[in-house]
Design a protein around this ligand. Structure first.
Ligand code: AMP
Ligand code: MG
Length: 419
């Protein structure tokens, strides 16, 4: 049998091919409390100004600024307090000359008043207080519309719904939020050597770590998945299972079986399903055999069985596809630059992705591999918060070079307080 010849394409082209296919999910609505992590399906327009009325940012006294003119340490100005209001209340009084209303943070500025004196700026007496400095028009007043005005677009379609977006939606009274549906995901680990987590070890076998890892990555992005049982390297049964998964899910992620070995059946499965293979070789290490195919309305991600390659394939291809499907504006890997703290002197024609730890040392971002880093490595993934990205070429990389780094896990960042 001859080995199938595959033509590698650059990583960037591969990512572009994947997201271009994007089947954008239909829209729906979800309860505000459930909306975290969804992508907003409509622009949100301010239905009123924020703040909605002029209000006090402090506890103090609302005054007419004209009455404070010429106040000084020697000539303090005295005000008579005619009312008290807390947040949520409005005064029905209108200030006349020399009068003030005691006001608490968040309360509406009363009629006639145009400035607020902070409590700390006064000397109080029973029903009066004095001040030692003049106040300007609108001093210590949060003005109506200073943050946003009616009809402004406050959230954009395609925005990731984060905690701040939920606060904005709550402000404007959205109990239901328009979003794109999330794709449903099937996860299928393939390989006759694989054992389930609970199985005792046997000669020649290994436990399936990719399945749980991919499931965790899917869960991290707040998607739901169905984890299929491990598929042995058997063509007929694997075709049946992958076919069923493509019918039931928007995304099918398989691990293993995408190389050119005797029992690597994914290429034959794509053929049997008449899937359109977008690429089956990427100019990268690890994971050069990563394959992405599409059927009528499903993505098939054929990730390598090697754990580090499998993880890399998820970050580079699955994640952008997921967010493109969910209608997100921001879909690509998050890249920063950091100083390489270890040399990779040997040139490599393929781009190299290295599970790594990036740290801010108080002066600059630095990055080091997070341990033994061959494509079969698993432990380095656990200790990484990023991937070093070394473009392929004819030169190596020396310690001290500035390199691009893809951030993969913000939960594993600084251990020291660097404020
Ligand atoms: P494959 O991509 O099927 O050629 O597998 C490449 C390597 O990854 C082999 O050493 C496999 O034993 C290993 N491998 C495959 N699937 C998994 C998995 N689900 N969990 C851990 N290792 C795996
Ligand atoms: Mg295999």
């Amino acid at each position: 049998m001859t080995v199938e010849k595959r033509t590698p394409i650059p990583v960037k082209d591969a990512i572009e091919r994947v997201v271009k296919e994007s089947f954008v999910m239909p829209t729906t609505t979800v309860a505000l409390d459930e909306s975290l992590g969804y992508i907003l399906a409509q622009d949100i327009i301010a239905t009123y100004d924020i703040p909605r009325f002029n209000k006090s940012p402090y506890d103090g006294f609302a005054i007419r600024s004209v009455d404070s003119q010429n106040a000084s340490g020697e000539h303090r100005k005295t005000f008579r307090v005619i009312d008290h209001i807390g947040a949520g209340s409005v005064s029905d009084k209108t200030l006349a000359q020399g009068e003030a209303i005691r006001i608490m943070t968040g309360a509406a500025i009363p009629e006639g008043a145009d400035a607020v004196v902070m409590l700390e700026q006064t000397i109080e007496d029973d029903d009066s207080f004095s001040i030692r400095k003049p106040f300007e028009h609108h001093e210590n007043v949060s003005l109506q519309g200073e943050e946003t005005q009616e009809n402004d677009v406050v959230l954009q379609r395609g925005q990731h719904i984060n905690a701040g977006a939920i606060a904005v939606l709550a402000t404007y009274g959205y109990t239901e939020v328009p979003v794109y549906r999330k794709p449903s995901v099937a996860i299928i680990a393939t390989g006759s050597e694989l054992l389930d987590v609970a199985d005792p070890l046997e000669p020649g076998k290994i436990r399936n770590s990719n399945g749980p890892m991919i499931n965790a990555l899917i869960t991290k992005h707040k998607l739901t998945s169905k984890v299929y049982k491990i598929q042995h390297d058997d063509l007929e049964s694997s075709i049946a299972v992958v076919k069923q998964a493509t019918e039931e899910h928007d995304i099918v992620i398989t691990t293993g079986g995408v190389s050119v070995g005797d029992f690597d059946y994914l290429p034959a499965i794509y053929e049997a399903l008449q899937a359109n293979v977008l690429f089956n070789k990427v100019a990268m290490r690890p994971g050069s055999v990563t394959t992405v195919a599409v059927t009528k309305d499903t993505y098939l991600f054929g990730l390598s069985g090697n754990p580090s390659a499998c993880f890399t394939g998820f970050e580079l291809f699955v994640k952008p596809a997921v967010y493109a499907m969910m209608g997100a504006n921001a879909i690509y890997p998050q890249i920063v630059q950091a100083t390489l703290m270890e040399a990779f002197a040997k040139p490599n024609p393929f781009s190299r992705f290295i599970r790594a730890t990036t740290t801010f040392n108080g002066k600059e971002m630095t990055v080091v591999p997070s341990g033994f880093n061959k494509s079969g490595a698993v432990i380095a993934i656990a200790h990484s918060n990023a991937m070093i990205m070394l473009p392929g070429g004819t030169r190596g990389y020396q310690k001290g070079y500035t390199v691009d780094v893809i951030l993969t896990d913000s939960t594993a960042f600084e251990t020291e307080l660097l404020l």
